[in-house]
Design a protein around this ligand. Structure first.
Ligand SMILES: [Zn+2]
Length: 338
């Protein structure tokens, strides 16, 4: 009988060359688009997104009109609003059609039904615990590793664009869609200043890039975790605060090397977000915006957005050149004395 010849799928699976989280995530997206109306509509709407591209010193920043992002961009993230709303990342509040992939024991990889990237995931903690990076950096780096080579893993600080500051989560999105990630070796070459090379980790400052950022590269997970801790404590020292330094993180893994990009922040949202009437600009920059895709959920904002506005917004929410110099100076010293 032919059917006796066919190897059962679970039996074959045991011999597959290791699980590939990126492949599983892509399969989940297809499954969700075919069974969950909200996801189907969300990804369909990406086909009609309008985009303008501005050139900044040879590097592109795209501005995207994406009405699906209205809820997230305009989300009220003050303590009271957060307390009074049902948490949209808690398991009991997810729609019945939404399915996920268990990651490790304490995270769930979910399809983001309001995508910016062509393939866009949220990796949410199983428990309702606040968004913090200090004990989460290993998970971010593990995700970057396990989602290679399709996706970059991202973290938005609780006051840096995360729409659920009360429930820890990461994001993952298509690497080739993000200009800073896609063109990274060129960007680092053109704008990067090597601050430190310990032999185990290289630290770069990209002062003249819009927006400015710090990049760490290492082939060792343990060294990356330790180096991030140095960066975290140094940022606290420079800002004179014990709280989590305001930052967005993006990480990916290539040819045995982790890259971690850190965008230090000075502000959650630009002043124009809070203005009334015509001056109001609905923009709430997070990791994807800082990687070169600025999302605008209001069409009128998209139509009037000029290059100077993009520059002003990104300048306003990141560090001034003086602040950035102080930070990179302190970093060079901190790594040098280790
Ligand atoms: Zn929750």
């Amino acid at each position: 009988m032919i059917k006796d010849r066919v190897i059962p799928e679970p039996e074959l699976r045991a011999f597959l060359p290791g699980p590939s989280l990126s492949g599983e995530a892509q399969a989940l997206l297809l499954q969700q688009k075919s069974t969950w109306e909200l996801a189907r509509i969300g990804y369909k709407s990406l086909e009609s997104v309008r985009t303008n591209t501005f050139d900044f010193d040879g590097e592109p920043i795209r501005v995207q009109f994406n009405p699906g992002r209205m809820k997230s961009t305009a989300a009220r993230v003050d303590d009271r609003s957060i307390r009074e709303r049902p948490c949209f990342l808690c398991n009991e509040n997810l729609p019945p059609e939404q399915k996920g992939i268990l990651y490790r024991e304490d995270f769930m990889l979910l399809v983001n039904p309001y995508p910016i990237c062509p393939e866009h995931f949220t990796i949410a903690g199983i428990d309702h615990k606040p968004q913090r990076i200090h004990d989460g950096i290993e998970t971010l780096l593990d995700l970057a590793h396990d989602l290679a080579s399709e996706f970059a893993a991202m973290y938005n600080g609780p006051r840096c664009g995360a729409s659920a500051p009360d429930h820890r989560h990461f994001q993952a999105g298509t690497r080739s869609f993000l200009p800073v990630v896609d063109g990274f070796s060129n960007v680092r070459e053109r704008f990067g200043r090597l601050l430190v090379d310990t032999g185990e980790v290289r630290v770069y400052g990209l002062d003249r890039h819009l927006p400015p950022f710090i990049a760490l590269e290492s082939s060792s997970l343990a060294v990356m975790i330790r180096s991030f801790d140095t960066l975290y404590r140094t940022s606290q020292g420079v800002s004179g605060s014990n709280e989590e330094p305001m930052m967005n993180l993006v990480s990916w893994y290539d040819d045995g090397i982790w890259t971690l990009v850190v965008f230090p922040r000075s502000k959650h949202r630009p002043a124009r977000f809070y203005e009334e009437g015509d001056r109001r600009l609905l923009v709430s920059p997070a990791a994807i915006d800082l990687c070169g895709v600025v999302t605008l959920p209001a069409e009128k904002d998209f139509e009037r957005m000029q290059k100077a506005d993009v520059e002003a917004i990104l300048d306003e929410v990141t560090l001034t050149p003086e602040m950035f110099r102080d930070l990179t100076g302190a970093l060079a010293e901190a790594f040098g004395s280790e």
